[in-house]
Ligand binder design. Structure first.
Ligand code: AVI
Length: 328
């Protein structure tokens, strides 16, 4: 690891000690209908399952975004303009699988830039730093273990221009009001020369969408059910995980892909850390995730609402996925 590489941990100690899972379980399973937040999918096992999802034949999102970035990276970087030094900020970087396409191109062009992956998992960032030090030994990297906005605020002290990436249709996991709010908050942190590249899953054949969240190999089911394993482990609960099943339905009116865990029988679950018992009726549901799909018109409207303009739209041949370049 070179001297130009650093890992900055901006996660406050309370936040890293308490993920908020207990509170989410207490509130979410106490409600009718029951729900849990998809934020908690990503423990070590969940992150590993998500890496597997991204390789599934049905999960077209990753493949399409990868192909857009691969085939159009020169145009994307040209539209941003890479002559002046800048920071390439990757919100929710993970293993930066797709971002490496841009890094490769920028390094090949001998561009003067710093890579700034932002992620809430310091372990994930450490792995990424090692990987990058092998692939791109002279690339300066400042890795930020932080929530998105804490990371962005911390970066405000650097005057460098920024290209901020928010890939993978991560915006789709926010409900539409929160997605709008997110864009507006982000807009406030942008300087006139900064740009924002948003990866978004578009509306399409409803059946294709549904299958992406209900794959034949059952990896998405395992990913969803892992939430119960996590609660068992971290909150000393006694979910009988095989007494629940994964169910995914797509609502083409609202563009909402919804995932549930369904109780196959009447059962009671005790959560030790909360000293609480939760009862399930036969076939009662726990709503665990929304993945919203947008049309380009909706994206334009959301952008416009908070003073962002569309510079360019990069899509795949089938117009199933888009990477939208936005400017303040
Ligand atoms: C991370 N996020 C964009 C994924 C999605 O498509 O909503 C998470 C996921 N859930 C099931 N499969 C993938």
């Amino acid at each position: 690891i070179t001297s130009d590489t650093q890992l900055v941990n901006l996660l406050s100690e309370e936040v890293s000690a308490d993920s908020g899972l207990g509170q989410d379980v207490f509130q979410g399973l106490g409600k009718t209908p029951k729900k849990l937040s998809s934020r908690f999918f990503y423990d070590a096992k969940g992150s590993q399952l998500f890496q597997q999802i991204m390789k599934l034949p049905e999960y077209y999102l990753t493949k399409l975004e990868f192909s857009i970035l691969k085939e159009q990276r020169k145009e994307i970087l040209y539209a941003f303009g890479t002559q002046e030094p800048f920071q390439l900020v990757d919100l929710g970087a993970g293993d930066a699988y797709k971002t490496k396409l841009l890094l490769q191109e920028l390094v090949a062009q001998k561009t003067d830039f710093t890579f700034v992956p932002v992620d809430i998992s310091p372990e994930q960032l450490k792995e990424l730093l090692e990987d990058l030090s092998l692939r791109f030994p002279s690339l300066p990297v400042t890795a930020l273990a932080a929530e998105y906005f804490t990371g962005l605020q911390w970066l405000q002290k650097h005057s460098a221009r920024k290209l901020i990436l928010f890939l993978g249709s991560n915006l789709g996991n926010f409900n539409p009001d929160d997605a709008q709010e997110f864009l507006c908050q982000l807009r406030k942190l942008l300087q006139p020369q900064d740009r924002f590249l948003l990866g978004i899953d578009l509306r399409k054949d409803p059946e294709k969408i549904r299958q992406a969240y209900d794959d034949a190999a059952g990896v998405t089911a395992a990913f969803n059910l892992n939430l119960l394993h996590r609660i068992n482990k971290e909150l000393q609960a006694n979910f009988e995980v095989d007494q629940f099943q994964h169910f995914a339905e797509y609502d083409p009116v609202g563009g909402t892909m919804r995932s549930y865990l369904v109780s196959k029988q009447a059962q009671e679950v005790y959560v030790g850390a909360l000293d609480q018992t939760f009862s399930f009726e036969p076939w009662e549901t726990i709503h665990t995730e929304n993945s919203y799909k947008y049309s380009l018109r909706q994206i334009k409207e959301m952008a416009l609402t908070c003073g962002l303009a569309i510079d360019d739209i990069f899509t795949d041949h089938s117009h199933c996925f888009a990477n939208v370049l936005l400017r303040p």
